[in-house]
Structure formats: structure tokens, C-alpha cells
Design a protein around this ligand. Structure first.
Ligand SMILES: Cc1ncc(COP(=O)(O)O)c(C=O)c1O
Length: 386
């Protein structure tokens, strides 16, 4: 098979995006200038929410979201182990304790029943992740939060543009976090944002983004500047640059096209795999709009995931694995009492899952190559008698 390598994800940057970046580079403000607020406003109007703080990564966004809650020492935050480490690292950065709940066997999102079982007198918040771009069972999670008076942070790094009950993700939790890494729906190189409808949290996160200082650079260095400023919180420098924001604004104009193409590719995969033995695609809930960050399949018993992974890589298909459960990592094992057996669903899914390439710039022939390679690999392995 003569074929170029197809990665699992990739950005789509056109000349119009590049022109916007160049314009900013030639302007007076390359950082802390007017493009930041313009990008934040564009995100708010796309999502239909009130406030947005753009930062330099999704990880930073999660960090200031947790920090803004100002939770007492010893607080526990319940989250999913089936996510990128950044989700629970944000809890650690703030000196708090992550507690992992198990996931649902069909959507791979956090299981509300398991959340209930993990609540203790120290639980203060839940961080739920819309895995692969499909919203969680938000109603069930909100009910738990209301009952136990918990804060909610939605890690929607996979889910910009996704909808729950006809409303865009970004309007349900106290704060919702997005990432603009190149494999995500839109990119700013590195970048992220927190959105909220809560003015108090917004005001605080604006300061946390920039050292906890209560004046921005424009006020400090502009023509009417005074020398005075205060530092109210222990903030960081998580600022995003104006040329990144300009890229974000330009990319956001194309998000419907990007997500539409993701949906088209996912439909092609679903159709192609419907009758292929040993494969179960991730199930989708029809009442939700999936933003399709990832397309994953489960391999049924009889096909070993690692063998399938190797076969696909031999065929130049950039399959990947999302995710190694967080409780398996050395740092977490060394610092917390974590037992793999407590998460039977996560364990089962982890052993069987694989991510196929999905990005809007994929051509139809790339999609066909992935389908052909998948079917061929299943055939080879199911005949191998291992
Ligand atoms: C679920 C999830 N949360 C957080 C992040 C962190 O985002 P970033 O890479 O922009 O820091 C990622 C990035 O891959 C992610 O997938």
C-alpha cells in the first residue's frame, strides 16, 4: 500500500488566517492589546454565554478555573480518570485532592452513579469532561451538584460547538474550559479559554491570568497611565498574545465548516463499520450535538488492541490512544492511594479502545484509506489464530 502517513489530528490554517496574524505582528500591540477582548467577545457570541477569559492553554484555563473557586485545603474534586492528565493536574496545582469516578461503558463519559458513590464530606466540586466531543449527562451531574452544593467545571476541551438540549456547551457549569491546541476544533497554536455566566468568577479569573494584578498593560503603559497597581491574588502569567487571538478570531469564523466536515467523516466511518465484526464504534446520544474531536472504536474480544495498533501503524495510519487512565501514572500512584480495580469500566475500555484519524482537512480518499486499513487489519488479526 503506497500511502502517506495520516495523523490522528491536524490543524487547518489558510492564507486568510495567516494574513490576520501578520497584520497584528505589524501593529503596535502583539500582546495584551485589543485582539484579546475581540476574540473573547467572538467566543461569547458563538457560545451564547456572558464572559470569557482567553489564556495561553487549556491547561492554564483549567488551573485558573479551579483557583478562582478558592476552595479550602483538603477539599476533594471528583473527576474522570479517562481524560488527558491536564484535567486532574489542575486540581493538584491548587493543592487539592482529585477523586476519580468510573465512566459509562457506551459514551466513555463520567458516570453520574459513580460520582455519587465518591462523594465525601470534603467534596466541593466536580470536573466533568465531554469525552471526544459528546456532552456528558449534564442534567444528572447538575442534580448531584445541586443536592450536595458542589461547583461544576466542564472540561470542554474536546467539545467547542457541541450542544446539549439544543444549547451550546459553555452555559451549563459554573465555568467551562476550552483548548485551542492544533488538533482541536479551532487553533491558536497553543491557547485556551474559560467561559462563565458568573461575573464574580470572571472578574477574578481576569486577574488570575495576569499575576493577580488589578490593571492591564494598556492601563499601565498607555498614555494616561499612572504607576499604581495592586496584586490581589497569587496569579500567573497565562496571557495569550494578540497574534494568537487574531488567529483564533479568523478560525472561529470557519468553525461550522470544520465541525460539519468532522460530522461527515464520522458518518462515513459509522456507516463503513456498521457490519464489520469485532468493532464497536463509540455510541452517540441523538439528542446531543457531538463536536467530534475524536473518533474512537472498541475492539471486541478476539482482537488485541495492541496488535491492531501495530497493524494500523504498519499501514501508515496514525492511530492513537485516548486515554491511559490517570490513576495508572507513576506520579498519581506515588501520591494517592489508587487501585485500578476500583474502575472496572475504565479498565475495560482502556484495554479495547483506539482512536482513528479525524480532522476536517482529511480528503475523502484519506477516509477510505483509514476504512480499508481498518477492515484489512481486522481480517489479518481474526485469521491469525492468536
Ligand atoms: C480533555 C482535555 N483537557 C485539557 C487539555 C489541555 O489543553 P491544552 O493542551 O490546550 O493545555 C486537553 C488537551 O489535549 C484535553 O484533551
Amino acid at each position: 500500500m503506497d500511502m502517506d502517513f495520516i495523523p490522528y489530528g491536524k490543524q487547518w490554517i489558510d492564507d486568510d488566517d495567516i494574513d490576520e496574524v501578520v497584520n497584528v505582528l505589524k501593529s503596535d500591540w502583539v500582546t495584551t492589546g485589543p485582539k484579546i477582548k475581540e476574540f473573547e467577545d467572538a467566543l461569547c457570541s458563538y457560545i451564547g454565554c456572558r464572559h470569557c477569559v482567553a489564556v495561553n492553554s487549556g491547561t492554564s484555563a483549567l488551573d485558573i478555573a479551579v483557583q478562582s473557586l478558592d476552595l479550602p485545603k483538603g477539599s476533594e474534586i471528583i473527576t474522570t480518570p479517562f481524560t488527558f492528565v491536564a484535567t486532574s493536574n489542575a486540581i493538584l496545582y491548587n493543592g487539592l485532592k482529585p477523586v476519580f469516578a468510573d465512566i459509562c461503558s457506551d459514551t466513555f463519559n463520567i458516570d453520574p452513579i459513580s460520582i455519587r458513590e465518591k462523594i465525601t464530606k470534603d467534596t466541593r466540586a466536580i470536573i466533568y469532561v465531554d469525552y471526544a466531543g459528546q456532552p456528558c449527562d449534564i442534567k444528572a451531574i447538575k442534580d448531584i451538584a445541586d443536592e450536595f452544593d458542589l461547583f461544576l467545571i466542564e472540561d470542554a476541551c474536546h467539545a467547542l460547538g457541541a450542544e446539549y438540549n439544543g444549547r451550546k456547551v459553555g452555559n451549563f457549569a459554573d465555568m467551562t474550559v476550552f483548548s485551542f491546541h492544533p488538533v482541536k476544533h479551532i487553533t491558536t497554536g497553543e491557547g485556551g479559554a474559560v467561559v462563565t455566566n458568573n461575573r464574580e468568577l470572571y472578574d477574578k479569573m481576569l486577574l488570575l491570568r495576569s499575576h493577580g494584578i488589578d490593571k492591564n498593560a494598556h492601563e499601565r503603559y498607555g498614555p494616561n497611565a499612572s504607576w499604581a497597581y495592586d496584586m490581589k491574588y497569587l496569579g500567573r502569567n497565562y496571557r495569550i498574545t494578540d497574534f494568537q487571538a487574531a488567529l483564533g478570531i479568523s478560525q472561529l469564523k470557519k468553525i461550522d465548516k470544520f465541525i460539519g466536515r468532522r460530522q461527515e467523516i464520522a458518518d462515513k466511518y459509522n456507516e463503513a463499520f456498521a457490519d464489520v465484526p469485532y468493532i464497536t464504534p463509540q455510541s452517540t446520544v441523538s439528542s446531543m450535538k457531538n463536536a467530534w474531536h475524536l473518533y474512537t472504536i472498541l475492539l471486541d474480544s478476539g482482537i488485541y488492541r495492541n496488535d491492531f495498533f501495530a497493524k494500523m501503524r504498519e499501514k501508515n495510519i496514525g492511530v492513537n490512544l485516548h486515554y491511559i487512565p490517570i490513576y495508572k501514572f507513576t506520579y498519581y500512584k506515588n501520591n494517592f492511594k489508587l487501585n485500578d480495580d476500583e474502575y472496572p469500566v475504565t479498565e475495560d475500555i482502556f484495554n479495547r479502545i483506539i482512536t482513528l484519524p479525524l480532522f476536517p482537512l482529511m480528503r475523502d480518499e484519506d477516509v477510505l484509506s483509514v476504512i480499508d486499513a481498518t477492515v484489512a487489519s481486522i481480517k489479518e488479526l481474526s485469521n491469525s489464530g492468536r
